[in-house]
Design a protein around this ligand. Sequence first.
Ligand code: ADP
Ligand code: MG
Length: 353
Amino acid sequence: MAQVNVKSLNKTFPDGTVAVEHLDLEIRDGELFVMLGPSGCGKTTTLRIIAGLEEETSGTVTIGDEVVSGLRPSQRDIAMVFQFYALYPHLSVRDNMAFPLRAAKAPEAEINERVLEAAKMLQLEPYLTRKPSKLSGGEQQRVALGRAMVRHPKAFLMDEPLTNLDAELRADMRAEVKHVQQRLNTTMIYVTHDQTEAMALGHRIAILNKGKLEQLGAPMEVYERPASLFAARFIGSPPMNLIEAEVTNGHLTAAGGMQLLAPEGLKRGQKVIAGVRPERLTVAADGDGARGRVVSREMLGDETIFVVDTEAGLLNVRMPPTARFAEEQAVSVRHIGAAPPAYDPQTEQVVSR
Ligand code: ADP
Ligand code: MG
């Protein structure tokens, strides 16, 4: 177990591509830390530099108390998991899990003990003598997780390990990863482009954009108060409503007359973009709010998502399943709850306190 620190990290590839820029991260001992961002934002490069598979252009990586620059991957005592699938088909579950320890020439007694410990935790004891082809997809994934666990690494680095799984298996394995991380209390850096996965797993989430840190925070912080429009657009489904508004007397007023509580720290007359989650809006047949027309509704059973075309823009509204509005119906949309975060239209950064 160890903390992992990344300080002023930069990576420019020989062809001139800047993959990582001035990146600072302090990952706590025992933390499940998620790096989230779209394809190409530098997640894999950062992970590979931490693992020692790629050399940084400048900056330092510290694992525990040790600056690891120049150390080979095998000297860093961490486990890198790309995808959970790649098991050796000709080896039994036991031998697959023992593989990293045999490669490290650990004594057989210790290997047995470690494999059994991991098998117990992952409920794989009944399958130890089977070949991977005789296991379900979920069981195979657990074996691959077990294989990463047996070395008791200082940290796990996971690069989109669940990407190639179907939705159901992905949800199962997500729970499994979380469970194992909790039980082992090992530092884990988990990379994903999937915001749902990030929200479900992370103690903290670092959002990356073009090689730079866009925001760092606990899942609810990032959800409630995205630091920028980029973060606002990236987290949440359906996405946050970004509503142009002007600061009036104690309120934000949007086109069509929709009123929102104004956050503190804004000047009267200031133009901002308010970030409003779909569950902070409500639809009514009439009453105050922005008048509009229901464009679509998606009935998901436990909730219904309405898209309403208003003067303030197309708005996503999350409603309980009891809300019955028809497509094309004239309705009004109102804001409920606390003041939303407000963004500067030029800098695209949050301006409200
Ligand atoms: P992510 O994992 O977030 O999708 P990567 O770290 O793989 O992003 O890539 C970050 C950027 O660096 C991308 O623009 C990618 O094309 C570029 N890149 C990655 N590896 C190399 C390489 N070996 N040579 C040149 N450019 C690379
Ligand atoms: Mg990647």
